[in-house]
Design a protein around this ligand. Structure first.
Ligand SMILES: Cc1ncc(COP(=O)(O)O)c(C=O)c1O
Length: 387
């Protein structure tokens, strides 16, 4: 987070933590203390951030869900920033803000997307996020018809982006801002790649933002406008903060032409990224120093054939293996890099598995349970009994 707070920038910047990556109250509080603001993706996330003690002015909501005018009003009156991602949302928001005279924020799809696959790509023709850039005249017309100014433009082109693509998208964003004379703040979203397997392939923030800084300075010379920068990292701030600890339940194999499977007591109910993105997470066998290594497929304990932690990178349809020291039932395995889109995005309660406990190790080495394990009865307590 400190690295993000110190990225090169031309005219000041704010870091908004994309709380969808890991929305735990204690994490929101830590980031709040060191000066980060919040990017919320739903009304519920806004409520969660408020409940964690974050002040409303530090929260910006950019949501796929269209909220009613009453709900937008409730949020905006509190001080929450509302960023419209469609023309419909913009009309609702403008109708609310016209009384309050607060400036508008819009998310634009600049026409270029990036991400390691379609599921993490959030711009370009195949993404529904943001207002398609060709509708800019309509966007400006809505603002004008309500007597409002558009102060902030937001673009987020994808997660795990190739930073060259990301920089190109930033340049496209500036082209859009050129046509929007009242814009003062440019929010470039998130997508700062962390490679969990090979950290040398992770984004170099200093390099990337030096180029962006240059672009902002050039823009300023050309137009006389000094744009304030916002960024919304999620993964970068939380991915490597957490590991999923799990026990080996069983070991089975499918004969000499098959695989040896390690069955662990975690599953897609704690970490879904391998199963839906083909995401690679380093896997370590804890406490075993023996040198002999063997290829294993590590699978979760859900009754679901896709519940596999070792899949081919980018293709969850294909099985891969990991080399681990000879493993036995009862051994402990750590699945690393599970802090972003781990528990926050998992298939909670599938197979009626209670949500796991979460433990934080503080910088002084002390350990604190930050979430207790869900009680089994909590899974069905909302359900109505017929008999
Ligand atoms: C609008 C917005 N901002 C920020 C992020 C965070 O992305 P990442 O976790 O890749 O940094 C996302 C992720 O989807 C997003 O949709």
């Amino acid at each position: 987070a400190n690295e993000m707070l110190n990225i090169p920038n031309a005219f000041g910047h704010t870091v908004r933590y994309a709380m969808k990556a890991n929305s735990h109250r204690s994490i929101l509080q830590i980031f709040d203390r060191i000066g980060l603001h919040i990017d919320a993706s739903s009304y519920y996330e806004v409520q969660r951030a408020l409940a964690a003690g974050i002040s409303p002015e530090k929260i910006m909501l950019t949501s796929q869900q269209v909220l009613s005018a009453e709900t937008v009003k409730e949020l905006v009156c509190k001080g929450v920033i509302y960023c419209s991602v469609s023309l419909n949302q913009l009309k609702i928001c403008a109708s609310v803000q016209t009384e309050l005279k607060t400036p508008l924020s819009v998310r634009i799809n600049p026409g270029l997307g990036s991400g390691h696959n379609n599921r993490t790509n959030t711009a370009g023709v195949s993404a529904s996020f943001g207002i398609w850039h060709e509708y800019l005249p309509e966007v400006l017309a809505v603002a004008e018809s309500y007597g409002l100014k558009i102060e902030r433009v937001h673009t987020h082109v994808g997660s795990g982006s190739d930073w060259k693509v990301w920089q190109k998208a930033a340049a496209l964003t500036l082209d859009i801002v050129r046509k929007m004379p009242d814009v003062k703040i440019v929010n470039l979203g998130g997508g700062y790649k962390i490679d969990r397997i090979d950290p040398s392939r992770s984004i170099n923030l200093h390099e990337v933002f030096s180029v962006i800084k240059n672009d902002f300075e050039k823009f300023s010379k050309e137009t006389g406008r000094s744009l304030y920068l916002e960024v919304e990292p999620g993964t970068y701030l939380s991915a490597n903060s957490c590991m999923l600890l799990t026990k080996v339940n069983d070991i089975v194999n499918t004969g000499k032409n098959g695989y040896t499977f390690i069955k662990v007591d975690a599953s897609m109910t704690e970490l879904l990224r391998p199963m839906i993105y083909g995401a690679k997470h380093p896997i370590r066998l804890l406490g075993k120093e023996n040198e002999t290594r063997q290829d294993y497929v590590v699978v979760g304990c859900c009754c679901e054939s896709g519940d596999i932690f070792t899949v081919k990178e980018g293709d969850p349809e294909l099985i891969d293996t990991v080399k681990l020291p000879i493993t036995e039932t009862g051994d402990c395995i750590a699945i690393m890099g599970a802090g972003a889109y781990g528990i926050s995005m998992s298939a909670k309660n599938y197979n009626s598995r209670p949500v796991c406990a979460e433990v934080m190790i503080r910088s002084d080495g002390s350990v604190i349970e930050i979430s207790r394990r869900q009680k089994l009865e909590e899974i069905w307590e909302r359900e109505v009994s017929l008999y």
